[in-house]
Design a protein around this ligand. Structure first.
Ligand SMILES: [Zn+2]
Length: 396
């Protein structure tokens, strides 16, 4: 087993054989989650509330996020830099309602990693998970975190959609900042995760983060969401975390990108997370699906556009693209299905998933996974693809 504390006599992490599974777990337990109990894994995966009792008073606000980012910048040992997109020089740099959009960077590696949360305002724990990871990246002196900072430069976006977060809604609302009211009088809600398209970019948040993305040219990405309550196909067990790829592996689109590399790499990323997290009794993982048995294949999702190498407004003429996966924690704050007691566990499963994925990418373990094992992650037999360009496409 790998020692938890770095011993100068041990080889560097990159020289080591396959990293053992306990390492990231030990890391996770060694840091305090800021928002509640990191309870030891219980044998009960049934943690979202089915009683419609979500107390949203302790869910992080936009101001909370700014305070936490500034604190991390001040107190971190390893150079956390927190800044607004205005400070980064983006042409459009605030939300529809004029809120600052924040990013934090840490690490000095050549490969850049894009980590975003809460693009849907009523899906809160991506924010908590990313702030926890950022704190670890900024303060943890272990060999594993040294490797992460050496290998990667992280771009952490804990709250992509501050307007939606403040309103506890999925969308952002197009806003006239002069009159201080919705544009055109009637609120027009924009799903920011369908807005990175050739005809899209209706919302300021999309233009701002897209321009920033084109300045970063990441190599990898993760997007953190919530879904409704869900049970596992076949067993009926409650699912706590679904692993997703927004352009379906083996589907109409992904196999044609980057000579099939993203079809392979995104499967490997999620297979790795599935393997590493399956030992926790409080975490029950399946594959993200919609409508019972459909895979999603949406081109306007932000992470899809990243894989497609979307060139909007001439900002990505070289068509830079990269693989991205997403995580879906069960429960959200508008249908009242986030059990307050489950908060620590809900956040922690995302932190663990991020740690395992990033360490696996850094050590090369992810790239060694068998992509065909994507089929082993529990899911309903696939009958079609839910698209945003041709309705439901049957499996061919
Ligand atoms: Zn979402």
């Amino acid at each position: 087993m790998i020692p938890q504390h770095h011993d100068p006599a041990t080889p560097r992490p990159s020289d080591r054989p396959r990293r053992r599974r306990r390492t990231a777990a030990a890391l996770a337990l060694a840091v305090a989650l800021p928002l509640g109990a990191a309870a030891p894994a219980a044998a009960d995966a049934n943690f979202p509330s089915t009683e419609g009792r979500t107390n949203i008073s302790s869910i992080l606000t936009a101001d909370d996020v700014v305070r936490e980012l500034q604190k991390l910048e001040r107190t971190s040992r390893y150079g956390v830099d927190a800044f607004t997109l205005a400070e980064a020089g983006m042409e459009v740099s605030t939300s529809e309602q004029g809120r600052d959009l924040w990013v934090a960077t840490v690490g000095s590696g050549e490969e850049h990693v894009w980590l975003q949360g809460r693009i849907h305002g009523n899906e809160p724990y991506g924010t908590d998970a990313l702030l926890t990871l950022l704190k670890d990246l900024g303060t943890n002196g272990s060999a594993e975190y040294e490797l992460l900072r050496e290998k990667f430069t992280f771009h952490v976006i804990p709250m992509y959609n501050p307007d939606g977060a403040e309103a506890n809604i999925r969308h952002t609302v197009l806003w006239d900042q002069v009159s201080g009211a919705p544009e055109g009088g009637t609120p027009q809600r924009i799903d920011l995760n369908r807005d990175w398209t050739a005809e899209g970019f209706a919302a300021d948040e999309s233009r701002a983060f897209y321009e920033y993305w084109t300045t970063v040219d990441p190599s990898w990405g993760v997007d953190i969401h919530h879904q409704g309550l869900k049970t596992e196909h076949g067993t009926g067990d409650d699912v706590t975390l679904s692993l997703g790829i927004s352009l379906a592996p083996g589907g109409p689109t992904l196999p044609g990108l980057a000579d099939g590399a993203y079809d392979r790499l995104t499967r490997q990323m999620n297979v790795h997370v599935y393997d590493e997290l399956s030992k926790y009794g409080s975490i029950n993982i399946d594959r993200y699906q919609v409508g019972g048995s459909y895979e999603i294949d949406i081109k306007g999702g932000v992470v899809s556009a990243m894989m497609l190498g979307l060139d909007h407004d001439g900002l990505n003429p070289e068509g830079h693209s990269h693989p991205v996966v997403f995580f879906e924690t069960s429960g959200n704050s508008s249908d009242g299905s986030l059990g307050q007691k489950a908060r620590g566990k809900s956040v922690r499963q995302n932190v663990l998933a991020l740690q395992e994925l990033l360490l696996g990418l850094a050590t090369g373990e992810v790239q060694q996974e068998d992509p065909e094992r994507w089929d082993e992650i529990p899911h309903a037999p696939v009958t079609g693809y839910q698209t945003d360009y041709a309705g439901v496409v049957p499996v061919g």
